[in-house]
Design a protein around this ligand. Structure first.
Ligand SMILES: [Zn+2]
Ligand SMILES: [Zn+2]
Length: 134
């Protein structure tokens, strides 16, 4: 059982060999900037469970002054991984990059203190955390 993912241009293809530990939607200001929208929705998994199948040379990390490394495709700009990948033990995989093998839903909204005036939190009954989930 594995999940497959790719970037917008298709240059990067990857696979995740384990189910996500948690799935959450992050509304922080960094995630807004890198997503071009309300934030990122990511699954947490062990970094070792992520296998790059194609386009490793296209991957470009960026570490903001506050926060962990995020990794993009240098051709199309797609945000693929966060949470310090590939150096950290656990990492975040953006659900927007998943092509198949995942049919779950977010379990929490995090960093809701950064919800923007142009953003509406859905009334989905999920727990909301000011910063991160505990
Ligand atoms: Zn790409
Ligand atoms: Zn965030």
């Amino acid at each position: 059982m594995s999940m497959q993912g790719s970037c917008l241009c298709g240059g990067v293809r990857f696979e995740i060999e384990e189910p996500f530990v948690t799935v959450s939607q992050c509304h922080c200001t960094n995630c807004k900037r890198i997503s071009g929208g309300v934030g990122t929705t990511s699954g947490r998994t062990r970094t070792e469970a992520v296998r790059i199948l194609e386009g490793e040379e296209l991957l470009r990390p960026y570490t903001p002054a506050e926060g962990s490394a995020k990794t993009f495709c240098s051709l199309c700009g797609s945000n693929l991984f966060g949470g310090g990948w590939p150096e950290s033990e656990m990492c975040s995989v953006r659900l927007s990059a998943i092509d198949s093998g995942f049919d779950g839903e977010p379990e929490a909204h995090i960093f809701v203190r950064s919800v923007a005036s142009w953003e509406t939190l859905p009334d989905d009954g999920l727990p909301r955390y000011e910063i991160r989930a505990t």
